[in-house]
Design a protein around this ligand. Sequence first.
Ligand SMILES: Cc1ncc(COP(=O)(O)O)c(C=O)c1O
Length: 376
Amino acid sequence: MQIPFNRPYITGKEIEYIQDTFSKRKLSGDGYYTKKASRFIEETFSVQKALLVTSCTSALDMSAMLLGIQPGDEVILPSYTFVSTANAFVLRGALPVFADIQEDTLNISPQEIEKKITPKTKAIYLVHYAGVSCDMDKIMEISQKHNIPVVEDAAQGVNAKYKNRFLGSIGNIGCYSFHETKNYSCGEGGAILINQESLIERAEILREKGTNRSKFFRGEIDKYTWVDIGSSYLISEILAAHLFAQFEQLEKIQELRKNIFYRYYNALQEYERKGKLRLPFLPSYSSSNYHIFYILLETQEIRDHIMDKLKASGILAVFHYIPLHISTMGKKFGYKEGDFPITEKCSKTLLRLPLYADFTSQEQDYTIEMLYKILE
Ligand SMILES: Cc1ncc(COP(=O)(O)O)c(C=O)c1O
């Protein structure tokens, strides 16, 4: 049996909606499906303004422009994340100030954030790893106390919650990913969620190449022109149509993933009791979207051995991330091995198992059986 690490889920409605964009003769951005999908995000996740963009990376780039991040500013973020979280503000000349993660959730630690604040701190970029929420009350309290805005990199957190609020709707700005590897996808796509009224108008401008074209299309002005910096961040209608088909099955997709997550969890609990591995921790304040199922092994050697053996059995399991502080770029900013021990340990010992909405019981049974053999 060959088991990929990820397989994009198709609901069956995608082709119909994409064909409809051809009938409507509207393929560029902000047509019928872009509007439907944006409204869906606003209504379902209680967000003031959602704009569909080409990727979460684009949404993050826009967030740094929106917050007016300048050369020499400092921005606090976890080192345990994807490069886009950092590039967003490094592109504007700001310095990444990394903070270590909590050992339980693998999310940025509020205490570590507070230690890193200086007069130069311009923003806090947090990541909800695996669709499990950061400790938001504590982080928002720090944000308010020091008057520093928060950007939620909720690339992995669509349809997950902190207490009764959806991830991406809590900080000043939220960023979603609809990349093929995410729970709801259209190949490449994203959304920027604006939770601060004063940023909405400028967000529309940055997304429309620095023009006020969105106002023009709404009939609010009689011609549009260049008013600010910006770039081409609009998603095509074709992709928005694909995405909307996925949104229509929001809960079904989550339910499928939840079942797979708990099948792994229950099957591996005994090995956690025996001390052979650690399972994901879901704090009571978090409602997960089951984006990732990982196990933490005792050492890197054990993790790599399991990963190799699974591969030899046709099962693709992967690790991530190379911590940003010890990447080539991280070192250029003066960071070194040993700076963030929890992040480094996690990167060496974490293994992600295959998880996608139409992962069959047969495929999962085979994966679990192979894991049992290797663990024994
Ligand atoms: C935490 C995080 N941020 C940002 C991204 C980038 O998302 P996109 O591929 O939509 O640009 C990812 C993608 O994996 C991610 O995991």
